[in-house]
Design a protein around this ligand. Structure first.
Ligand SMILES: [Zn+2]
Length: 730
């Protein structure tokens, strides 16, 4: 509960004042005391007996057996977005939520979406061979024996036909292209062969396009998620040689959602831009392929010696080329297609405030882990909440459970819904909790806006870990300790503040929290259990995989439903804990780091002094309390309006004009990196401008952040008069 931050030459101990329970009930509470210097972080909660009992009752309801039967239903047929399969799952989910006592409806949007009409891949030289092989059926797994309606493809690839020489580009990251440049290898007019990993596949397409490649093949190397990592399916959880990672190449780092309606909901009557104007679409044909096809191409490539790290797991020495001529044809059928979101509401006594939870329901094929596990878990959480409601409990705030469609194509269902309801969400939404890839194994993890990381950790201290006499939090902490012992020289984790035991990551992109957090400034988190999951986006991500490898007893599903239940209870009853001190510490740390980075880059014309000052001001505007847990004088009379401004701090960090060059992204503190795709970059506009040594843009982005912080300081000053600095411990 206490956060110690090294800053300058002194250490000070700061605890954020908690804001809780005052929304309607008027019951001021102070959360989480812990003794400074205690061996481990502890998270107590200011529940009265009634609330504690309710939470305990809720925890008894989620069942492994029920979760298993949900997942069996969800994974019984392929259900890709834009097909009848996905529509059917949506209808079934709506009925499930209704049966739990939620008021559930389907919201339909019309998005510009492709389906493959014709896919062709052949090796022409040095030998003729038909490639584009599909995944092999597996004995014992009946789902794998169903003939697929679609060959594996990259959603949002451009249609095109190319005959060209192949160049292997490793992961196809900016560094890899630099390396190729240094070796004098040009990819212009060639077909680029990149392996999956290190970056979002849309970034691989974007870089191939920027380097004037004529086409792109992306394959799964056995080194990364195949036999080099462990036994492959069906003997183990890793990707077999025929396994293909489908996936979208939409440039979601420019803007996610329907490519023809940026910042506008894709209703039938919405004004649409022409596909040629859409900044999120690639212009080259791309195709995902399996390792056995990649082997047929790669084994023929010759050329200069490559760096050791470019070598993958196939049994020959990798070269960049030349040596292979390939014919690639990708014909896509683009049209307006319907997608179906499910929005289910359990009304609270105060419907002017909402807590939201969500996951997508569309899958590349069966989607047992991604996304079915998260959906099965959410259904168990909803069933538990519904049971309590049937016994007479009513949440303070309304609970809204969302099942999105079109996530795999580019976060479409959630983005369109947020774009349509942004004003109302900014008014009412307290939090959005996402649980995509809910269970892929036994390792708990999560990401969140900095102010909610503590609350996420706290919830895991309340729930028992399967088969062990410890909590989810304790198992998590043990694992982190072990990992650290194994890698003592690993670089420090920027997201981890001093005194924190388990890292909770920053939110990037890659799932449906993106529009909530990056666009609307709704505090968000994303959580689940990870593990050895090699069948991502393949046909083998099915019920058989889950039953044999991911979570054979479904106990982790039930456990996650309990964690979500605890979080829901707390938010729905107005017991939240926004840790602004942690947010402020991250901001200060980041500004300092960027200052150093700019100095190292000799960007003498970039002045970050004013930004640094506003980061310090923001830090000191967060009230101090002394070690005896005395709230800052004046803080006792905080009313609902002041609490609201604390909850809405992320909205204060939105810039109306967005990041320079990608205006859809409004949050100046976090966005997915322009050249990483999924991974989060803190203060993205400023950071990337410094990486490019672009002082003019860096200065502009720095002012945006500075203004955001000044707005934040003004908000805090309304609640707490200029600080009682006496509480600083030096
Ligand atoms: Zn997913």
């Amino acid at each position: 509960m206490w956060i110690e931050m090294k800053r300058g030459s002194y250490v000070r101990v700061v605890a954020a004042v908690m804001f809780a329970g005052m929304i309607c009930a008027g019951a001021a509470t102070v959360l989480g005391r812990s003794k400074p210097g205690a061996q481990s972080q502890s998270y107590s909660f200011p529940y009265g007996e009634a609330e504690a009992k309710l939470e305990a009752d809720l925890q008894k309801i989620p069942s492994a057996k029920e979760a298993e039967s949900h997942l069996r239903w969800i994974t019984s047929n392929p259900h890709m977005a834009g097909t009848e399969g996905s529509h059917k799952v949506a209808e079934w989910l709506r009925a499930q939520y209704e049966s739990y006592g939620f008021d559930a409806k389907i919201v339909t949007y019309s998005a510009w979406m492709p389906q493959p009409a014709e896919i062709k891949l052949e090796l022409i030289e040095p030998e003729k061979r038909t490639l584009g092989t599909q995944e092999q059926p597996v004995a014992g797994d009946k789902d794998s024996q169903v003939k697929q309606a679609f060959p594996a493809f990259n959603s949002y690839a451009a249609s095109g036909e190319v005959k060209a020489a192949v160049v292997y580009v490793n992961y196809g990251t900016p560094e890899d292209y630099k390396q190729l440049d240094a070796m004098g290898v040009d990819v212009a007019g060639k077909i680029v062969l990149a392996r999956y990993g290190k970056s979002y596949r849309g970034i691989k397409a974007k870089l191939a396009e920027e380097h004037k490649a004529a086409g792109l093949l992306i394959y799964s190397d056995p080194y990364d998620d195949g036999y080099d990592a462990g036994d492959v399916f069906p003997q183990g959880p890793w990707r077999p040689m025929s396994g293909i990672q489908r996936g979208s190449v939409l440039y979601t780092e420019i803007y996610p959602g329907d490519p023809l309606t940026p910042e506008v909901a894709a209703t039938p009557e919405a004004k649409r831009i022409a596909p040629e104007q859409a900044g999120s679409l690639t212009r080259i044909p791309t195709l995902p392929i399996n390792a056995q096809d990649a082997e047929q191409i790669l084994s023929h490539l010759s050329g200069a010696k490559l760096p050791r790290e470019w070598q993958g797991g196939l049994p020959f020495t990798y070269h960049s080329g030349p040596g292979a001529l390939v014919h690639l044809k990708v014909a896509m059928n683009y049209q307006q297609r319907n997608i179906y979101d499910v929005v289910a509401k359990l009304k609270g006594t105060d419907d002017s405030q909402w807590m939201l939870m969500g996951n997508h329901h569309d899958a590349w094929v069966y989607g047992a882990v991604d996304p079915g596990s998260g959906t099965a878990v959410m259904l168990e959480t909803a069933r538990a909440l519904g049971e309590l409601a049937k016994k007479g409990w009513k949440p303070l705030r309304s609970i809204i459970m969302c099942e999105w469609d079109g996530e795999e194509e580019g976060l479409i269902g959630s983005t369109e819904w947020v774009e349509q309801n942004v004003k109302e969400l900014q008014e009412k939404a307290v939090v959005y909790i996402n649980t995509d890839v809910g269970v892929a194994g036994p390792n708990f993890g999560g990401s969140a806006t900095p102010s909610l990381k503590r609350m996420l950790r706290a919830a895991t201290t309340e729930v028992t870990y399967p088969e062990l006499h410890e909590t989810v939090y304790e198992a998590w902490r043990e694992r982190v300790k072990k990992q650290r012992a194994e890698k003592p020289n690993a670089p420090a984790d920027e997201t981890l503040l001093q005194g924190e035991e388990v890292p909770v990551g920053d939110l990037g992109a890659g799932s449906d929290f993106c529009a909530f957090f990056d666009y609307a400034g709704i505090p968000s988190m994303d959580l689940g259990f990870g593990g050895e999951y090699g069948v991502y986006h393949s046909m083998y991500d099915d019920f058989y995989w889950m039953k044999h490898f991911g979570d054979p007893t479904f106990e982790f599903h039930a456990t996650l439903a309990r964690v979500l239940g605890v979080l829901t209870m707390r938010f729905a009853q107005g017991f939240e804990d926004f840790d602004l001190a942690a947010y402020a510490a991250r901001i200060e740390g980041r500004v300092k780091y960027l200052h150093g980075l700019a100095d190292d880059a000799h960007m003498n014309d970039l002045n970050l002094k004013a930004l640094q000052k506003s980061a310090e001001d923001f830090f000191t505007s967060i009230p101090y309390v002394d070690q005896a847990w005395n709230p800052t004088p004046g803080a006792e009379n905080v009313g609902p309006q002041e609490l609201e401004s604390v909850r809405k701090m992320d909205q204060t960090f939105l810039s109306p004009s967005g990041l320079i060059g990608r205006p859809w992204f409004k949050h100046v503190m976090f966005a997915p990196g322009s050249y990483t795709g999924y991974a989060s970059v803190m203060m993205p506009g400023l950071t990337e401008a410094i990486w490019r040594k672009d002082s003019a843009t860096a200065q502009q982005e720095a002012s945006q952040i500075q203004e955001a912080l000044e707005r934040g300081v003004a908000q805090m000053r309304k609640i707490y008069p200029p600080p009682a600095r006496a509480h600083r411990v030096e």
